[in-house]
Design a protein around this ligand. Structure first.
Ligand code: FAD
Ligand code: FES
Length: 286
């Protein structure tokens, strides 16, 4: 079988991990060796996952390119995600991709990198976080000065039980300054992180606006609020990158479902420079 990103190919579930009450991670292996050899992706891209007779949904890749399996972290929302949640290890899932652009690490250079994630927004960011952690542990970023600046990770969830990848954050602390916050702490659960919305936590930070690059993904209300705070602090909107979501159908720039102003989220995104899309943020699909 030859690889064509536009055509579905078969993958097999290697393992499944329940992350929270409504979210699970699912590690996939491409069944055909030839396709597996040709398939590559960059952090921030997504795949279209499909089940015959049910449908197809765009899902971000949450693993790093150097990981053995392709990880997807999925929240149960409707038909496709509900059916995906009922599968077992060894079952097959159709995949097309990868699609979309990637987190622009080349924009970071020697600047400080601030990664901000809200809720499920951590999924596409985990790919770049893990990529940086894996590269750093190989010494690549300490020997070549590609990412010598500070690296800060801010992640917020509704409650401690809603934190996705919770067991991984301590491992990122060698490379990132990690700050976790929850909207509400559950009195029954021990919680030693912050309590409050991410924009409230963010206000406590002092950052050098002209040395900072921001990668952000989360609910749009969080991103619009943070975009205002970041630009008020003097971070240029050209240095703020946001991963967006719109309803998708074709995934290839034909149907117009995913339009964000004149931009196609499937083709031109999902990651945009804030300065390119801030004026279209409130416009929904055609
Ligand atoms: C680039 C990208 C990356 C994504 N990454 C992830 C990820 O990593 N993990 C993840 O869990 N999800 C991700 N999503 C979201 C996921 O693709 C959607 O939730 C998808 O709709 C789920 O498919 P479904 O069939 O399960 O649900 P659907 O049946 O599509 O329903 C999901 C929800 O969306 C509403 N909806 C569906 N279609 C429309 C429409 N046309 N107009 C208005 N509302 C509609 C439904 O009412 C329902 O509330 C991503 C989306 C995009 C665009
Ligand atoms: S999903 Fe059809 S144009 Fe983007």
């Amino acid at each position: 079988m030859t690889y064509d990103a536009m055509l579905p190919f078969e993958t097999t579930i290697r393992w499944i991990k329940k992350e929270t009450r409504d979210t699970f991670s699912c590690a996939l292996k491409i069944t055909s060796r030839d396709i597996a050899k040709s398939y590559t992706f960059q952090p921030g891209q997504f795949n279209m996952l499909s089940l015959p007779g049910i449908g197809e949904a765009p899902i971000s890749i949450s693993s790093a390119p150097k990981d053995r399996e392709i990880l997807h972290t999925i929240r149960i929302a409707g038909d496709v995600t509900t059916h995906l949640s009922k599968l077992n290890v060894g079952d097959g899932i159709g995949m097309r991709g990868p699609f979309g652009n990637h987190w622009p690490l080349d924009e970071v250079e020697d600047r400080d990198l601030m990664i901000i994630a809200g809720g499920l927004g951590i999924a596409p960011l985990r790919s770049v976080i893990r990529h940086i952690v894996l590269e750093s542990s190989r010494g690549a970023f300490s020997t070549c000065p590609s990412l010598p600046g500070k690296k800060i990770l801010l992640y917020g969830a509704k409650t401690p039980k809603d934190i996705i990848f919770r067991d991984e954050f301590p491992r990122y602390k060698d490379i990132f300054q990690v700050y976790l916050t929850v909207d509400k702490a559950d009195p029954e659960e021990y919680w030693k992180g912050e309590v409050g919305l991410i924009p409230v936590l963010f206000k406590k930070f002092s950052l050098d606006p002209l040395r900072s690059v921001v990668f952000m993904c989360g609910p749009e209300v969080m991103m619009t609020s943070l975009a205002r705070d970041l630009t008020a602090k003097g971070v240029p909107s050209e240095k703020i990158f946001v991963s967006t979501e719109r309803n998708m159908n074709c995934g290839t720039g034909f149907c117009g479902h995913c339009l964000l102003g004149p931009k196609f989220v499937c083709k031109d995104g999902p990651i945009f420079r804030l300065s390119d899309i801030e004026m279209f943020w409130d416009v929904r699909e055609i």
